[in-house]
Design a protein around this ligand. Structure first.
Ligand code: HEM
Length: 487
């Protein structure tokens, strides 16, 4: 949009919506709001309604009724993510910013406006910063990471194993990623939950988003100062030491980016995968029964990607996309959940994908998630350890009693109540008795890190390490899966 161009939901070849059409009553100009109670109620139906009315690219409204284009088509998302010369991630190219119509205090500002982290950069600047993050993340040893996640998972289960009942959202899925990430980042453990809550508020886009963001920046900048003085084996110290020479401010912003990008997404992925294993009602015709946790995670990444919508950039020139005329400066959003269900590439929503990894849950192109293998590893570990520790796991609430909360970017289950045969805590296990958590560290020089050169080229969530705890429990896992199959 330029100063002379109308908002996107009033333009384009499809023209104005028909008067009185209920589907268009939502926001000013008839564009669909992507936020609020109605949008949260059934996002999949909302995306399909938009696809039916507008095709692969639809005009929508963000918090504050800020106009944007939602890209719903699989091919169209690939085009946007792989054309950085046409679509910039730098919020200073947004016409609303240029025109002074959005400021740093807007609830969606922390996600969309320019910041000194790689998510908001293009070209060489992006490569420099992302290279530092990617290479630092690759310094974590995969087996060590799995052992750390296993250690944390067992610790959490110990707290409720004797009760015979638990809410797997509050007592497990919401806690495991933040516990593990706190240790990876180099933060003192007690700071984790508050930082996780702040990162959640930031993504919700409420009035608390801006103050939460300030708190996150303060806390993480404090960490950078401490790690400068006393480096450790953690992401903060490795980013400081990286040859790309990140400033203190840049290191702090990338720690914030990792926390925000990783915590909510990994939590959602764990919850959605556990729901499939716990609730027979949520298994597709094949899902769950014959699936390993690895395959189930991949299926969930297709069916319910943890980040349903993510910022896709700002058009650098007028361009046609999906039959729409996008103007220079317009904001594009990537409808990842919608694209994964695009009838052009998928026979039917929910169709089994048999471990196929070509979904868009991590997007594609230069910004594709560099932490995806860490996210997969934490999630698969969460599922394996829980199923092994709590045989007889069953839902304690019917599917119709489950409720979700949603923002523009994602939706999550509020609670997942389960019942199981009470177990004794396993704190006496030799690996965990009294000792510190395992350190997921390896120490190659920069540029020599082993492992996949590109995201998605390998799997940290591959077979469990020989001698690893879950490896030794594999028969138990198989027994639980066999029982689940019988349901
Ligand atoms: C399974 C859970 C995860 C999902 C579904 C997920 C998904 C995503 C998505 C959709 C993006 C946006 C990509 C784009 O802008 O095109 C992203 C970016 C990013 N993610 Fe993840 N993520 C997950 C876990 C993680 C973890 C565990 C980490 C780090 C430990 C991480 C670090 C990042 C970073 C640093 C970016 C920004 C990359 C860039 O702009 O170049 N993510 N992620």
């Amino acid at each position: 949009m330029t100063a002379t161009s109308p908002d996107p939901y009033r333009t384009g070849p499809h023209g104005a919506p028909p008067p009185g059409c209920p589907a268009h009553r939502e926001g000013p100009g008839g564009a669909q709001r992507l936020y609020g109670r109605a949008a949260a109620a059934d996002p999949a139906a909302l995306y399909e309604g938009l696809r039916a009315r507008h095709g692969a690219v639809a005009p929508v409204l963000l918090e504050g009724d800020v106009p944007a284009w939602l890209v719903l088509g699989y091919d169209e998302i690939l085009h946007v993510t792989r054309s950085p010369r046409r679509f910039s991630r730098d919020g200073r190219n947004w016409s609303r910013w240029i025109e002074g119509r959005i400021g740093p205090d807007a609830p969606i500002a922390p996600v969309l406006l320019w910041g000194p982290d790689c998510a908001h950069q293009d070209g060489a600047a992006h490569q420099r910063l992302r290279g530092a993050v990617h290479e630092s993340l690759r310094r974590f040893d995969r087996r060590g990471l799995r052992r750390l996640a296993q250690h944390n998972a067992h610790g959490l289960i110990d707290r409720f194993a004797a009760d015979g009942r638990a809410d797997l959202v509050a007592q497990y899925a919401r806690q495991l990623p933040v516990l593990t990430l706190t240790q990876l980042l180099g933060l003192p453990e007690p700071e984790g939950p508050r930082l996780a809550e702040a990162s959640r508020q930031l993504l919700l886009g409420t009035e608390r988003a801006v103050t939460s963001d300030r708190y996150l920046k303060r806390a993480l900048c404090g960490l950078v100062e401490r790690k400068h003085a006393a480096p450790g084996h953690d992401l903060a110290s490795w980013l400081i030491a990286h040859p790309a020479g990140l400033s203190e401010e840049e290191v702090g912003h990338h720690l914030r980016l990792v926390l925000v990008a990783a915590n909510e997404a990994t939590t959602n992925l764990i919850v959605n995968t556990l729901r499939v294993f716990v609730h027979p009602a949520f298994r597709g015709p094949l899902l769950g029964g014959r699936m390993t946790p690895h395959a189930a995670v991949e299926q969930v990444l297709w069916d319910e990607p943890p980040i349903a919508v993510c910022p896709g950039g700002f058009a650098l020139q007028d361009v046609e996309l999906g039959g729409r005329h996008i103007r220079r400066g317009d904001l594009l959003l990537l409808g990842l959940a919608a694209a994964n269900a695009d009838p052009e590439i998928r026979p039917a929503p929910g169709a089994p994908m048999h471990g196929n990894r070509s979904h868009l849950a991590f997007t594609s192109g230069p910004h594709e998630c560099p932490g995806q293998e860490i996210g997969r590893a934490i999630c698969v570990t969460a599922v394996e350890v829980l199923l092994a520790r709590l045989p007889g796991l069953r839902p304690a609430a019917g599917p119709e009693e489950l409720t979700w909360s949603a923002s523009t970017w994602s939706r999550h289950l509020d609670a997942l109540p389960v019942a199981f045969t009470p177990r004794r805590p396993a704190a006496a296990e030799p690996e965990r008795a009294g000792g510190p958590p395992p350190r997921p560290v390896r120490q190659p020089a920069w540029g020599q890190a082993a492992g996949p050169a590109a995201p998605g080229a390998g799997s940290a969530a591959g077979p469990v390490a020989a001698g690893g705890r879950v490896g030794r429990r594999a028969p138990a896992v198989r027994a639980v899966l066999a029982r689940l199959r019988g349901r």
